[in-house]
Write a protein of this length. Structure first.
Length: 190
């Protein structure tokens, strides 16, 4: 068999999320290299068409996705000056970070939960944040200038997959905040 014939037998396909599959009669068993009875060109054509049709969502589409969900759950969301989706829960203001560059990254933030007044307090805050981060699942406690913020960060397969995780994510965020406040109070009494 010539090199040209061997090369023609091999077909490359891009499937779903960019997985490269090299199919040949030696790699896939059955019918002269056919994939499940379909010709290689038919499989390639279908995969390319499906991936071309699925564009990443725009910032506006992500905002609408989050706003619609929050509204259906009884919240009154709006869009802040940064384009993030803001909402209130139990008297606190949260926002969902909206990023069209990484739509499978889901982040809820509770900003400005604590003001840092001096360097001694900063040291206590950092120790309390470290303890909370070690104890809490998916929660990050961190400083932004002289303020403490708390967030949850998740990767989802598809942007809409945040829905069944939202309630637990909010509980995790509140737990992380509680762990931070407890650790900070413990530091203050020492």
């Amino acid at each position: 068999m010539s090199v040209v014939s061997k090369n023609r037998m091999k077909q490359s396909f891009v499937l779903g999320i960019g997985i490269l599959l090299v199919a040949s009669s030696h790699v896939i068993a059955g019918n002269n290299g056919a994939v499940s009875g379909a010709s290689p060109s038919a499989v390639q054509s279908t995969a390319v068409t499906e991936s071309a049709e699925k564009k990443p969502p725009t910032k506006t589409e992500l905002q609408r996705l989050y706003m619609d969900y929050l509204s259906s759950e009884g919240y009154k969301p709006d869009i802040d000056s940064d384009g993030d989706v803001r909402f209130k829960h139990e008297g606190k203001t949260y926002f969902i970070d909206v990023s069209e560059r990484d739509p499978e990254f889901f982040r809820i933030v509770l900003a400005n939960v604590w003001r840092i007044d001096d360097e001694q307090e900063r040291s206590q805050v950092l120790a309390a944040a470290d303890k909370s981060n070690a104890l809490s699942k998916v929660t990050k406690v961190f400083t932004v200038n002289d303020r403490v913020w708390v967030s949850i960060e998740l990767f989802v397969a598809h942007p809409e997959d945040f829905r069944p995780l939202f309630s637990r994510a909010m509980s995790a965020l509140d737990n992380g905040l509680g762990n931070f406040v407890t650790a900070l109070r413990d530091k203050e009494t020492q």
